[in-house]
Design a protein around this ligand. Sequence first.
Ligand code: SF4
Length: 663
Amino acid sequence: MTQHRSVCALDCPDACSLLLTVEDGRVTRLEGNPEHPVTKGFACVKTYQYPKRQHHPDRLLYPMRRVSKKGEGKFERTSWEEALSVIAEKTKAIVDAFGGEAILPYSYAGTMGLIERDYPYTFFRALGASELTFGTICASTGGAGWEAVYGPQKLATPPEDIKHANLILLWGINSLRSNSHLTPFLKEARKNGAYIIHIDPYRNETSQFADEHWQIKPCTDAALALAMGKVILDAGLEDSEYLKAYASGFEEYKQACQEWTLERAAAYCGLDAERIREVSLKFAKETSFIRIGYGMSRNEGGGNATKAIVLLPALTGAWQQKGGGAMLSTSGAFPLNFGRYSGLDLKKQVRRINMNQLASALELKENPVKALFVFNSNPAAVAPDSSRIRQGLKRDDLFTVVLEHFQTDTADYADYLLPATTFLEHPDLYTAYGHYFLQWAEPVVSPAGECKANSWVFQQLAKRLKLKNNVFDWSAEDIAKDLLNSDHPFMQGISFESLKKDGFVKLNLPEAFRPYSKGSNFDDRKIRFAPAPRQLEFKEEPNTEYPLRLISPPGSHIINTSMGNIDSLLKAAGGEPQVIIHPNDAAKYGIKDGERHTISSQQGSILRKIWVSDATKEGTATALGQWWPKLSPDGKSLNDLTSERLTDLGEGSTFGNIVVRVS
Ligand code: SF4
C-alpha cells in the first residue's frame, strides 16, 4: 500500500491537493491533503467517488473505430498505429483540400491541468486550424464584466483573509457545493462576528448555512446592485478619497444608480426594500466581501450585472481593508509563460468559432468544418441547442475524433474514439481560480489499458504530419519548466524542482496582498465606472406561451458531465434529473410532485421529473445539474432547451436565460 499526492483536475476553483492510497495498482482511497492551507484535509462529495470513476468497468481502454451509423455508438477495437495513421491522413487531406480552418478543435475544462488542457493547441495552431473564441463556454461573461471594471488579469481577495470580513455576500453561487473550500474561511469569519447573506433564486445548502437568504428573481442582479449603490451614495458613504484617486466615469455611474430607487428595485427583484437599505448601509460601514458566482452572468445582461456587483467594493473602498473586496476568480495572478506551450506565440490569424455556437458552426455552408477534434468536453450534452449539435455530428462529410475516458453522448458520433488518461495517470501543472497556489502532480497509477495522454496523441499526429516546432519533442516536465520560466515577482523563488518536491507552492504575493487597493490593472490605474452598468431589457422574457424562467445551478451531486455516470452519485441525486417548480406555479399548471412532465422552450422539449418546492423562486424552474442525455429518461440534454444567443459582454452563453413552459 502506498500513498501519493495529486491535484484534483475537475473544473472547480478549489484545485484541491489530494492524497491517494494505492493498493495493487488500484486507487482505494482519496482524501484531501491536510497540509494544503486551502484544501485543509477534505475533498468533496463528488471527488471522494473518483476511485470508482478511475476503475470504472466502462472506462475506454483501447482506440476504437466506428462500425455503425453516427450516433448509434458501435465501435470495434483498433491499434494506435492504425488510428493515428488514418487520423493524420484524413487531417492532411482536409487541410490540403479546404485549408487549415476546416479543422475545428473543441475542448474545455475536462481537466484543469495546463498541459493536458492547453498543449494540444500547439498542434492546431501549427495547422492553422479554426480557433474557439475565448476558449470558455461559461466564464467569458463574468470575466469580461470583471475586466471591464478592473482591467486585465482577474485578482481577488485571498481566501485566507476573508476571516477579517464582517459582512459577506455570497452572490449567485452555491459556494458550499461549487467552492466548498471557502467554507472553513467563512466559518472563521462568522466566529469573528461576520454576518453572511446568500443571494440566489434557488434556496440550497448555502442558503441554509448563511444567516439570511435573499431569494432574488433571476436576471435582476444588476438592479439590486445599482439600488445598493444608490443607498450608499444617498447616505454619503462612498469612499471619496479612494474614488478621487482611482475612479473614472463616476458621474455616469451615479446617474445609473439614481434610476433604482429602493422601492423599484425591491419590486423588480422580489426582495424587501427595507432589508436592502439596511444591508447596503452595513456594506459601506463594515469590512465587506462579495463572493460572486458565474451562474448569474449566464444571461443576456450578465456582463452588466457582474459590473454592477463588482463596482460595490470600489464604491466603498473595501479593497483597502484586509478581508474586504470580492472574488470571482484568482486566475489572473498566475504569470506563467503561456505562449509557447499552447502555440499562442505562433500568432496566426484564423477563423474563430464561439463554442456556444457549435450547432451553427456544424451547419456552415461556406468554409465548412470538415474535421472536429473533441477532447476534455462533451458538447452533445453541454453546449447550447444540443439537439441541433447532434444533427450536425451526424453529417457524413464530417470527420470526428473524440478523446475520452468514457463513451459519452458525443463519443457516440466519433469516427475514431481514443482512450484518454485521467489526471491520476499523467503528470500535470495546475493553477487555480479560487486561491493562489501553484501545484504539480505526478501520475499515481499506470494508465488503464492502452490509454494515452492528450499531449502524447497530438505529438504523434504532429510527427506524422511533419509539423515543425521544437515543442512537439518536449516532455511534460519540459513543458512545465517553460511555463514556469517567468521573471514576474509573483514567481520569485519558485522553480520546477521545488514544486516537484513539495507538490504545491503559494505565489510569491506581497505580505499584505490587497488587490485593487491602489487602483485597477489598467495602465492609468483607474477603475472604470463608465460605461455604467444597466439592468438590461432582455429579448427573451417570460410570456404567456413560456411563462417560467429556467435556471440550471449545480445539483448537490451532479454538477457537470465529468462525474455523470457514477451510479452512487446518480442515486444520491435522485436517480434521474429533476426540475424544481414553485408550489404556486405547480397549482397554476396542474402539476403534482414526482410526476414527469414535458418542459418546452423555443428550441425543443425534454421530459423531466418535477419536484414541487419553494426552494425555487415563484416563476422560476430550477433544473439541478447537467445529466448525460443518454442517462436521462428521454435521451435528451437539458441543453436541448437552450439557445445560441450570446450575452451582453464576452459573447458568453445564456444558459440562465431560457423561458419555458411545463405541460
Ligand atoms: S472541491 Fe473541487 S477541487 Fe476539491 S476535490 Fe471537489 S471538485 Fe476537486
